[in-house]
Design a protein around this ligand. Structure first.
Ligand SMILES: Nc1nc2c(ncn2[C@@H]2O[C@H](COP(=O)(O)OP(=O)(O)OP(=O)(O)O)[C@@H](O)[C@H]2O)c(=O)[nH]1
Ligand SMILES: [Zn+2]
Length: 183
């Protein structure tokens, strides 16, 4: 797979976010803004579907030409250790957002200023965005990125991530259709 890894200085949040160019982005690039998930992306955890989503996105972007932005926003911005504490609370019955609140954090602390800065830097100011998350799309628009299309990513549902995906659909309006899936 032909690719280029691109690094940045001076991003708003000072994090080491990475852009991966895949294929030849001629015309309007396909973009995925992927939030770091060590447990899903690296360890293959079935509590979420980040790993398969990442694999899907890499393949789609490579075919079409575009960028994967790998954002260091582990745990929706609360960090890895806090996410693991939140998992503990979820095992005791809290949903994925309520567990954050229980820890004294916001349900989702991600700000996409740095992602927008990266896209401006790459000259990708009009994009097709792969996401089910309306907040991600709205924030990027607010920060000056034109979204020609917002394309849903396939949700990889299993019995272990069903509650997590259901909470995303009902509480934060993610476009995930769980009709007829594990009740
Ligand atoms: N705090 C917390 N973070 C989680 C949990 N499960 C996954 N994450 C993090 O959530 C981020 C992925 O965000 P999601 O809300 O699943 O999906 P999204 O990026 O908003 O939406 P898509 O673009 O459609 O994938 C990653 O940083 C994961 O580490 C959880 O139960 N608690
Ligand atoms: Zn994950």
């Amino acid at each position: 797979m032909q690719s280029e890894l691109i690094t940045f200085h001076g991003l708003a949040d000072g994090q080491e976010h990475l852009a991966v160019r895949l294929g030849e982005p001629t015309g309007i690039p396909l973009v995925r803004v992927h939030s770091e998930c060590l447990t899903g992306d690296v360890l293959g955890s079935r509590r979420c579907d980040c790993g398969p989503q990442l694999t899907d996105a890499l393949a789609m972007i490579h075919e079409r030409g575009g960028y994967l932005l790998y954002m260091r926003q582990e745990g929706r911005g609360i960090g890895l250790y806090n996410k693991l504490d939140a998992y503990q609370l979820q095992d005791d019955g809290h949903d994925t957002y309520a567990a954050n609140l229980q820890l004294g954090r916001a349900a989702d602390e991600r700000d996409y200023t740095a992602a927008a800065q990266i896209l401006h830097c790459l000259g990708a100011v009009e994009i097709d965005l792969l996401t089910n998350n309306p907040d991600k799309a709205e924030q990027l628009r607010r920060y000056g990125i034109r979204l020609r299309k917002v394309l849903p990513t396939v949700a990889h549902v299993n019995p272990d991530n069903y509650r997590y995906l259901a909470a995303k659909a009902t509480e934060t309006r993610h476009t995930i259709d769980l009709e007829g899936m594990f009740p």
